[in-house]
Structures are given as C-alpha cells and as structure tokens.
Write a protein that binds this ligand. Structure first.
Ligand code: NAP
Length: 312
C-alpha cells in the first residue's frame, strides 16, 4: 500500500474504496472483502444512506480484533442540511454512530451548498416552486464549526469536497485549521490539473472521486474503462483498464477511491500497485482531457456549484 501525507502529518492510504450507490446487502460484503484484501481506507457519506451497513461490518471486524480501528482510515462527509454551525456536530455524530467507529480520520464538507434542515431531515428540501431550499450559511461559518469537531476529538482531520479555487479562497486565509483534503471528481476525461496544482501549492491533498468514470451518470461516448488509449496502455502493462486509471491518479500524487462491490473488482483495484506507468503513458493519458464532468449538481439539484470551472 502507498500513502499520502496530509498537512496534519497523518498518512492516508492512497487507495480507498468508495461506497456511493453500493446496493444494500452487497455493500457490507464488499467492505468485508476489501478489508480482507488489504484495503484500509473507506470513503463514506451521510448522503449515501448506507453508513449503518458499513458500521455493522466495522464493529464485527474490530470486535474480532484482527484489524484495529486505528488500522483503518475512515472518511465521511457533512451533508448539506447540516451546514448551519449549530447543526454541524449533530451531522458528524450521526455518522460516527452509524459507522460505529468512535471517531473519523477525515470529515469533509460534502458540497459547498447549504440546504434547509427540516424536522424529518429530508435530503432534498424543496421550496414551493420545486427548487431546492438553500439557506444563507457561508462556507467559512460551517468551516469554523468543523474546526470545533477536531478540538472535540470527534474527527482527526477536516477537509472539503467539490470546491473550486474560488470556494477554497473563501475559507483558506480565515481558517484556523487549513483544509487537509479537497475531494473532487478526477479522471482522464476531467483532469482539473490547474485545481490540483493550486491545492498542492496550498498543501491540500486531492482525493479523486469517480476515478473510473462512474457508472451512475454515464454519458454516451464517454466510457472511460473502454477508452482505446487506456485499453492499449493496459494491454502493454498486462494490467486492467481500472488499474491504469487508478494508477494514473496515484502517480499524479492524488489519493483515489474507486467504488466496487464485485470481489474481482475490489481485488483488481488493490493490485494496481504492481503497475508502473511510464512518463510516456502519463503524457498520452494527459491528452484525453475533455472537461467532462459526470457528477454535476446542475443535473440533480439544478444548482450551479462549479460556475466558471464548468465552462472550461
Ligand atoms: N465527494 C463527492 O461529491 C463524491 C461524488 C461521487 C463519488 N464520490 C465517492 O467516490 C467513489 C467512487 O466514485 P463513483 O462511485 O462515482 O464511481 P467509480 O469509482 O468511478 O466507478 C464505479 C464503477 O466502476 C466499477 N468498477 C470498480 N472497479 C472496477 C474494475 N476493477 N474493473 C471494472 N469496473 C470496475 C464498479 O463496479 P461494481 O461496483 O459492480 O464492482 C462501479 O460500477 C464513490 O463511491 C464515493 O465514495 C464522492
């Protein structure tokens, strides 16, 4: 396993397992297999509505004693309805309770967008005209409440997700604790090189999500796992296309969290470290960028989170 070092000096495994839209009943088994295989980094979120299933497996694993809590890196995310500073701790504690893990290694602000918090905690609170019911809570207000979670010992590190340069600038200077991570969509069709470099300059680690081009927001002619350049490089290295995609991100210094529930996929991804891409491979993959975003809140919330960054 390779690690990336955060600005907190913590070492985070460069490869984790994603859990978004992992089907109920299959997710727990996948986490068990991932841990048996050697994966020690799990990417979770309140929004995925499945942290309880992961928590069952974590509890069983830690109770058995073969793997200790401190051996597993657990990331989760504060959902949009908990952005009001008075709600941030509640959002965090709900996650820790469901995951049955005592504390989080890393807690991220999932999206730089604040939603109204209704009594029933609905994930998609709407206005009468069916638009999303957002509230005026600034990112820095939420960030300061995130900082308190570190002081309380609920989380070891805090970070952001889906943040453009402009969003980072809103909090960076004023932050007492600088963001440790920015988790963003990143794969050869959406390389975001400028943003990656900006984060590196500030000491913010990038974690790449949807690194295989996801399966859930597929777009025509955009099957990353079947891209001819990726297939050719994979063949040359006797590797799978997924291994090439994961290793491409790791060799750029990013952490990567491919989602997988099929045992053969989980094992295939873990074995990516045997692949070493050459400089020529990296250059060839760099030419594939087409600024194609699979995960865009314009599609599901009708909210423009990325602004100018979407147009590039
Ligand atoms: N911060 C955010 O806003 C945000 C947004 C999106 C995602 N994420 C995180 O990032 C994770 C990954 O992104 P994602 O779920 O969108 O998509 P992804 O990891 O790019 O793709 C997942 C798909 O790839 C398949 N797969 C996995 N390993 C494979 C292999 N070795 N060969 C062939 N296919 C393989 C999976 O199949 P099986 O599952 O059937 O094995 C699944 O269909 C999420 O699960 C979530 O944890 C974060």
């Amino acid at each position: 396993m390779e690690y990336v070092e955060l600005n907190t000096k913590q070492k985070m495994p460069a490869l984790g397992i994603g859990t978004y839209r992992s089907p109920k009943g299959e997710l727990g088994k996948a986490i068990k297999i991932a841990l048996e295989t050697g994966i020690r980094h799990i990417d979770c979120a309140y929004f995925y509505e499945n942290e309880d299933e992961i928590g069952e497996v974590l509890k069983e694993t830690f109770d058995q004693g073969k793997i200790k809590r401190e051996d597993v890196w657990i990331t989760s995310k504060l959902y949009n309805i908990f952005h009001d500073p008075k709600d941030v701790q509640e959002g965090c504690e709900k996650t820790i309770k469901d995951l049955q893990c005592g504390y989080l290694d890393l807690f991220l602000i999932h999206w730089p967008v604040a939603f109204a918090k209704r009594d029933n905690l609905e994930l998609f609170p709407k206005n009468d005209d069916d638009s999303m019911c957002t509230v005026d809570v600034t990112l820095i207000e939420t960030w300061h409440a995130m900082e308190k979670l570190v002081e309380l010992g609920l989380v070891k590190a805090i970070g952001i997700s889906n943040c453009t340069k402009e969003k980072i600038d809103e909090i960076y200077e004023k932050a007492k604790i600088k963001p440790a991570v920015n988790q963003i969509e990143n794969h050869p069709y959406l390389q975001q090189e400028e943003l990656c470099q900006y984060c590196r300059k500030l000491g913010i680690q990038i974690t790449a999500y949807s690194p295989l081009g996801t399966t859930d927001f597929k777009q025509e002619n955009a099957l990353l796992l079947k891209d001819p350049v990726i297939l050719e490089i994979a063949k040359k290295h006797n590797a799978s296309p997924a291994q090439v995609l994961i290793k491409w991100n790791i060799q750029r210094g990013n952490a990567v969290i491919p989602k997988a529930v099929k045992p053969e996929h989980i094992k295939d991804n873990f074995e990516c470290f045997k692949v070493k891409l050459t400089e020529e491979d990296m250059k060839q993959i760099a030419t594939l960028d087409r600024h194609l975003r699979f995960v865009n809140p314009m599609y599901f919330w009708n909210i423009d989170v990325f602004g100018e960054a979407n147009k590039k």
